[in-house]
Design a protein around this ligand. Structure first.
Ligand code: IDP
Ligand code: MG
Length: 150
């Protein structure tokens, strides 16, 4: 079963879109594993976005992600990484597919509402960066057999 970190970034929290993001992931059939509403330290932001260090937008990205609380979550399911990125839409909202969150609720790449892990490997790494083992809930959902083929 794949897992992905999902963040509702500060703009999503300020715009009261946490419920919208959660609702869309729930309706997709994904299973919530962990969630916490939190202020992000500069250190965590820099580790999370280390791959973008040196890019022209890096300083602005760090300032954005620590500017207000985020809703951090882990979601799982078959093909969770691809499914969640599809639900979020392309990084640039004007390139995001109609019906995706970024298409429906955003205009600018620097205010694109959400983060989702981009590979299965990063799903595991980011889960471990943002959550302790104790915070990950191992549970069976009654609807699982109606959503998951196996
Ligand atoms: P992703 O969030 O879709 O995985 P990445 O390319 O990993 O996109 O970039 C991380 C985040 O950095 C984006 O979600 C966006 O908030 C921000 N970002 C990326 N490119 C730009 C840019 O050109 N200008 C401003 N912010 C950017
Ligand atoms: Mg990314």
């Amino acid at each position: 079963m794949e897992r992905s970190l999902v963040l509702v970034k500060p703009d999503g929290v300020q715009r009261a879109l946490v419920g919208e993001v959660v609702s869309r992931l729930e309706r997709r059939g994904l299973r919530l594993v962990a969630a916490k509403f939190m202020a992000v330290s500069r250190e965590l932001a820099e580790t999370h976005y280390a791959i973008h260090k040196g890019r022209p937008f890096y300083d602005g990205l760090i300032a954005y992600i620590i500017s207000a609380p985020v809703m951090a979550m882990v979601w799982e399911g078959p093909n969770a990484v691809a499914a969640i990125r599809q639900t979020m839409g392309a990084t640039r909202p004007t390139e995001a597919a109609p019906g995706s969150l970024r298409h429906d609720f955003a205009l600018e790449v620097g205010r694109n509402l959400t983060h989702a892990s981009d590979t299965v490997e990063n799903g595991e790494k980011e889960t471990a960066l943002w959550f302790t083992k104790n915070e990950l809930v191992d549970w069976t959902r009654e609807a699982d057999r109606w959503v998951f083929e196996k």
